[in-house]
Design a protein around this ligand. Structure first.
Ligand code: AMP
Length: 438
């Protein structure tokens, strides 16, 4: 299939061609005709599948079809995303694909000054990308009119719910005019997502590209079994040995991310951390340096990493396994994007074997285990409880858009987690013994 066969405006095709895309990705091939037919869509697609262009290109086409008085800009398309980084990325993509079209677009998110955003909106915006909290702030301050929205996208809806945005989403839906086209994108379909889809979507067409809860095929996954105290050493060793130049490393906590950056610096490996405690400027800089390959390692917490969008990210490392198995799928979705192969490496110590089991259950296959030469595991080490401390907790009922209730949620989450190790420790032996079956 070609983009030309999708009935898109030549100015859209020109922008797409300039990106060097040869043919639509599967989600694009499926979604574009359905969206152009003005149907609501429920799409199961992970980041990396090309989903942003999948909804943006037909959105632009539909916007072009409507006769609007020249120079009259009103928000007609609204895209809601869970994080600042993802908003910024989607905004960049929209600017790219619409560069030959007469539309203006803007991105609004919290954590930065609201006044420049108000000024931009005042000038007139056709397409708005937003995180829920800032969007509602702007509406509350009467700086934003959403009464002309015709096209609404909820991007990474599962992540939105995980981050506790459900009330904000409901508030936004209540403001929007009832006659509109709705799209919901989600990597996973929990019951909560289905409930939200029922509320939001009108007789939707279901599109699924990567099978639900299964990790992408073009990602090779390996686990290195290693003692906790030697993870950093092993990471530096693997980076050097493999000549890895662009590695995204996931940590459970912000504190852990900062500490790892310090240690990698001692090993002469250029790295930076990106997490919620970093200012927007610091995050943007870290991301830019990483994209430009000035730094080779970006250490991120799950939330901060959501919006990172880099073509062909070759390596993703789980320095610590996530305590929520679905996060593993999200994390490794950062590599092997849009048809390129990638490698997802997990450094797993004895404490994390239960997490590993849960992940393998979710992805429905065992992950290859490796013992690296020179990194023999110490058979005498017993599993210890994992601290899911700062930055690790933000699940259901969790922090709201403005970051309140954070510590409360963490406690609750830690206590409720089915993965906590009081349970996991029972009957646990050492790493070699436990993984002998592999
Ligand atoms: P997304 O899933 O929207 O985050 O997109 C993942 C990456 O795929 C982005 O960096 C896009 O630039 C890229 N991409 C989108 N569509 C195509 C295509 N048809 N061919 C090649 N790359 C694409």
């Amino acid at each position: 299939m070609t983009f030309e066969s999708l009935n898109l405006h030549e100015k859209i095709l020109k922008a797409v061609a300039q990106q060097g895309y040869r043919s639509p990705t599967p989600i694009q091939a499926k979604a574009i005709p359905i969206i152009l037919a003005r149907k609501d869509v429920l799409a199961g697609a992970q980041t990396g599948t090309g989903k942003t262009a999948g909804f943006t290109l037909p959105m632009l086409e539909l916007m072009m079809k409507k006769d609007i008085k020249k120079g009259r800009h009103q928000v007609r398309s609204l895209i809601l995303t869970p994080t600042r980084e993802l908003s910024a990325q989607v905004g960049e993509d929209i600017a790219t694909y619409s560069k030959y079209l007469p539309f203006t677009s803007a991105v609004v998110f919290g954590g930065v000054g609201i006044n420049p955003q108000i000024a931009k909106i005042k000038k007139g915006v056709d397409i708005l990308v937003a995180t829920p909290g800032r969007l509602l702030d702007l509406v509350a301050q009467e700086k934003l009119d959403l009464s002309r929205v015709e096209f609404f996208v909820l991007d990474e809806a599962d992540r939105m719910l995980d981050m506790g945005f459900i009330h904000d989403i409901k508030k936004v839906l209540a403001i929007l005019p009832p006659r509109r086209q709705n799209l919901l994108f989600s990597a996973t379909f929990s019951d909560d997502i289905k409930k939200l889809a029922d509320k939001l979507l009108n007789n939707p067409t279901l599109i699924e590209v990567a099978k639900r809860n299964q990790s992408a095929e073009n990602i090779s996954q390996v686990v290195y079994l290693v003692d906790k105290s030697r993870k950093r050493e092993l990471l530096s060793h693997l980076i050097r040995k493999g000549d890895w130049y662009q590695v995204l490393v996931f940590m459970r906590t912000k504190h852990g991310a900062n500490k790892l950056v310090k240690e990698l610096t001692k090993d002469n490996i250029n790295s930076a951390a990106i997490h919620g405690n970093k200012s927007q400027t610091a995050r943007t800089k870290a991301l830019k340096d990483f994209k430009e390959k000035t730094i080779s390692v970006l250490v991120a917490t799950d939330i901060a990493a959501r919006g990172i969008d880099i073509d062909q990210l070759p390596h993703v490392v789980n320095y610590e396994l996530p305590n929520i198995s679905e996060d593993y799928v999200h994390r490794i979705g950062r590599t092997g994007r849009a048809g390129n192969s990638g490698e997802a490496i997990s450094l797993v110590c004895v404490d994390e074997l239960d997490y590993l089991k849960n992940i393998e259950k979710l992805i429905k296959k065992p992950i290859k285990k490796i013992y690296e030469d020179g990194f023999d595991v110490d058979a005498t080490i017993k599993a210890e409880p994992i601290q899911n401390g700062r930055g690790g907790a933000r699940r259901k009922g969790g922090g709201n858009s403005r970051g309140k209730n954070q510590s409360k949620t963490q406690n609750k989450f830690g206590a409720n987690s089915s993965n906590t190790n009081s349970q996991g420790q029972r009957g646990r032996g050492n790493l070699r013994k436990q993984t002998a079956k592999y």
